[in-house]
Design a protein around this ligand. Structure first.
Ligand SMILES: Nc1nc2c([nH]c(=O)n2[C@@H]2O[C@H](COP(=O)(O)OP(=O)(O)OP(=O)(O)O)[C@@H](O)[C@H]2O)c(=O)[nH]1
Length: 132
């Protein structure tokens, strides 16, 4: 089975709300809410890949020292195995904007279960509730 490495980030605002973004129509798992991030390209560090994706997807600049590891997801999808480190970040510059037409929402960690998320993300929710 192919192993796919994806870096993801839980951005937290001053009220400890978490940012989720909705996967656009036409993509795999369209409509589901996920943490911003994306595939780590070969030769790239997971942190650098995440910083690049946060800029592309949300228009914000994040410094590497503002990313802290929280936990990870390891999930067998039908066609690949996902390994996804989840970082948290409380400091960035710029205004969070859905730059690729994706809907975004700030939600309390205890409300995350109200939003359909990819299967790999479900076990991550309690970790976010713990730090809220
Ligand atoms: N960014 C992100 N991806 C997630 C999460 N949970 C999860 O299962 N994934 C999966 O991890 C992969 C992330 O890849 P991606 O966003 O870079 O790529 P993509 O599906 O847009 O495809 P493409 O870049 O090949 O067009 C997808 O298969 C996505 O469904 C999550 O919370 N955030």
């Amino acid at each position: 089975m192919k192993l796919v490495l994806v870096s993801a980030c839980a951005l937290l605002d001053a009220d400890n709300r978490v940012l989720i973004a909705q996967r656009p129509e036409g993509k795999a798992m369209a409509g589901l809410w996920e943490f911003p991030g994306g595939k780590v390209e070969s030769g790239e560090r997971p942190e650098d890949s995440l910083i690049r994706e946060l800029h592309e997807e949300l228009g914000i600049s994040v410094k590497i020292e503002c990313l802290a590891p929280l936990t990870f997801a390891s999930h067998a999808y039908e066609d690949f195995h996902l390994l996804m480190p989840l970082f948290i970040c409380r400091r960035w510059s710029g205004t969070v904007t859905g730059r690729e037409g994706q809907a975004i929402k700030w939600v309390k960690a205890v409300r995350l279960r109200d939003y359909p998320m990819p299967a790999a993300d479900i076990p991550l929710i309690p970790h976010l509730i713990d730090i809220a």
